[in-house]
Design a protein. Structure first.
Lengths: 333, 326
């Protein structure tokens, strides 16, 4: 068979957009960044425990991708998923309260940072076993196909997932059964502390699609509009033909793998170089170019600041988590 | 009452539940066009089409995960493992996803899925295809673990498993498929978590599940010749365990032998023994005995294989020890 190969390099120019389109995306990215910064602060104060994986630097990927979905579509994500949950429509309050381990947390203090779930917005989870959620996402897409309801699944994972069996099997089954899932590899170039060249014989993860006759795409993830346009193609393919797509978005996390990681495996220069390509800075500059009044931006930024401060206060003031026995099995254990 | 095989009973259960509920589908290796490696799914493809009887490639982690995802949004998958030995490459999906998503999601997403297939030692297939894995699954909160020993139990419990709103590990006896028993024509569903007295007796309690129930029944027949009446208690489900039925029996007999085909260390029989000593200490006239396979991977040669697994003679010897007849 001929393999459709939709990957392409585009000139690094801002794509046509409008203030109306870009403003809400910028707002979401900013809210996610402030949410992450606030959680890092709370973590350093000992108010959040366990593992905390921040998405700072990668915000354009989840925001641009999820902006292509309808409310009834699904998102399945990893343990670095606060931003994905927020972009799918989960409010900052229950996310922050969950990180604090409070009763008002999104999953009642049972999941924490890595296991956010929200049925109301079809956010199907944060998963802590690398690659284990890829077959699960294919299964959600299987249900869409089984019912013929046209719902699409976005499944996010890092390039570190591409070496584990769950990814390989999920990819193979999605391709074989033509399941309406878009598999989005957020390639942040480090599998924890291991750079691409020490973990992958072929550093282009999207090439794996070709062996399965699956469409693929690959592009840089620093422009939220570009992410939105390119993921929209894959979502449209999934919705109309049922076919999956493997999309690799090249990105970079500005912080360590988790809060305990000082990031000694990469140079300051490298991190600074990527920070110059900050997707938030790009979107902000673009909005000004498009003619958004600076005072409107100030208002937006103040609004985001208030939203996240409110979420922190909500988490601080909430009651501690208080029950786990009712949540072992539906109907009781 | 019609007499049918364990295999047919399972087939009827799936057929009836698929007729009853459009959300039920079956997925696994060779379940469709091949009619099942053990013919448990015989005829289901013809009846329900490829939409609902799905042949999967060899990717247990993959299709087990597909099942979990489908269950998460309301379908009711039956995932067949060609044998439970292959569930080991899917165990992350079973333990970390199926069993935990209800908890991790704060009760938002339940996972109505059945993982089923043959389990337990088979005959001369070597150590990778011949082992009892129920103790692994019984360890995990969030799962139900069922091991039916008769066609009647197999049908009634599989129907219950399919209707259950939580993940069920349904382990069929690989050597029981051809065994036969009475199964009524009328529809019935058995409760998960209720044991069954397979033989009444007053001198000693034998606790066993799956194929070991039959080994115990054979041993009981022999013991009866010497006037020893053994009660054979089949919990049928290990999780949740019907502790009261075991406790009640031991209160009556004062003695207990637990027979399992699995390995001895941390085997499920140890949990049963704990429950018995905790609840029956005053009633016990002898230490609780366990009969298990030897603590070795299964050998191939028939004579060695038989030597490793509990035989009728081993059960009788344990009973005699518990009765201080040795």
């Amino acid at each position: 068979m001929t393999t459709p190969d939709t990957a392409r390099i585009e000139a690094d120019l801002p794509l046509p957009t409008s203030v109306d389109e870009l403003t809400p995306l910028y707002r979401q990215m900013l809210a996610i960044r402030r949410l992450e910064e606030a959680s890092a602060k709370a973590y350093s104060q000992g108010k959040i425990g366990g593992f905390l994986h921040l998405i700072i630097g990668q915000e354009a990927v989840c925001v641009g991708a999820i902006a292509t979905l309808k409310p009834e579509d699904y998102v399945v994500a990893t343990y670095r998923e606060h931003g994905h949950a927020y972009a799918k429509g989960v409010a900052a309050r229950p996310i922050m309260a969950e990180l604090y381990g409070k009763k008002t947390g999104l999953v009642k203090g049972l999941g924490g940072s890595m296991h956010l779930f929200d049925k109301a917005t079809n956010f199907l989870g944060g998963y802590g076993i690398v690659g284990g959620h890829v077959p699960l996402a294919a299964g959600v897409a299987f249900a869409s196909k089984y019912r013929g309801d046209g719902r699409v699944v976005l499944c996010f994972f890092g390039e570190g997932s591409s070496t584990i069996g769950g990814f390989a099997e999920g990819l193979a089954l999605a391709a074989l059964w033509k399941l309406p899932v878009v598999l989005i590899c957020e390639n942040n170039q480090y599998s924890m502390g291991t750079p691409l060249y020490r973990s992958l014989a072929v550093e282009d993860v999207s090439l794996r699609a070709l062996a399965h006759g699956m469409p693929r795409d690959r592009f840089d993830g620093d422009d939220v509009i570009k992410v939105k346009r390119r993921i929209a193609e894959a979502v449209e393919r999934a919705r109309t033909t049922g076919e999956p797509t493997l999309v690799e978005v090249v990105t970079y996390r500005f912080r360590g793998h988790s809060m305990s990681d000082p990031g000694l495996y990469r140079t300051k220069d490298e991190v600074e170089e990527w920070k110059r390509r900050d997707p938030l800075g790009k979107a902000r500059a673009h909005l000004l170019e498009l003619g958004l009044a600076p005072e409107k931006l100030d208002d937006l930024e103040a609004d985001v600041k208030a939203e996240i401060e409110d979420a922190v206060k909500f988490a601080e003031d909430s009651e501690p988590a208080d029950a786990y026995l009712p949540y072992v099995m539906k109907g009781g254990a | 009452m019609p007499v049918i095989s364990y295999r047919e009973a399972l087939n009827q259960a799936m057929r009836e539940e698929m007729e009853r509920d459009e959300n039920v589908f079956i997925m696994g290796e060779e379940v469709g066009h091949y009619n099942g490696a053990y013919k448990v799914t015989q005829g289901l493809l013809q009846r329900f089409s490829e939409r609902r009887v799905i042949d999967a490639p060899i990717a247990e982690m993959g299709f087990a995960g597909v099942g979990v995802g489908a269950a998460m949004v309301g379908l009711r998958p039956i995932i067949e493992f060609m044998t439970f030995n292959f569930s080991l490459v899917a165990i992350d999906q079973i333990i970390n996803n199926a069993a935990k998503i209800f908890q991790m999601s704060g009760g938002q997403f339940n996972i109505p899925i059945v993982f089923r297939g043959p389990s337990g030692p088979a005959v001369q297939v070597g150590s990778q295809h011949s082992q009892a894995l129920e103790s692994f699954y019984a360890h995990v909160p969030g799962l139900s673990v069922i091991l039916p020993s008769t066609p009647y139990d197999a049908k009634g419990l599989l129907k219950a498993a399919i209707r259950n709103d939580n993940p069920v590990v349904f382990m069929e006896g690989e050597t029981l498929y051809g065994s036969t028993g009475e199964v009524p024509d009328e529809e019935y569903v058995l409760p998960i978590g209720k044991g069954d007295i397979k033989r009444a007796g007053q001198h000693i309690t034998l606790v066993a599940w799956s194929r070991m129930v039959h080994t115990c029944l054979d041993a009981a027949k022999e013991l009866a010749k010497d006037g020893i009446e053994a009660e054979v208690v089949d919990p049928r489900t290990l999780r949740p365990l019907d502790v009261p039925i075991i406790v009640e029996s031991v209160h009556k007999t004062g003695r207990c032998v637990i027979v399992e085909v699995g390995w001895p260390v941390a085997g499920f029989g140890a949990e049963v023994a704990y429950q018995v000593q905790k609840h029956c200490l005053d009633a016990l006239d002898a230490p609780v005995e366990r009969v298990t396979s030897d603590d070795v991977p299964m050998p191939y040669a028939k004579n060695l294989e038989d030597q490793v697994q509990p035989q009728v003679a081993d059960v009788i010897a344990a009973v005699r020890r518990a009765l201080y007849l040795e």
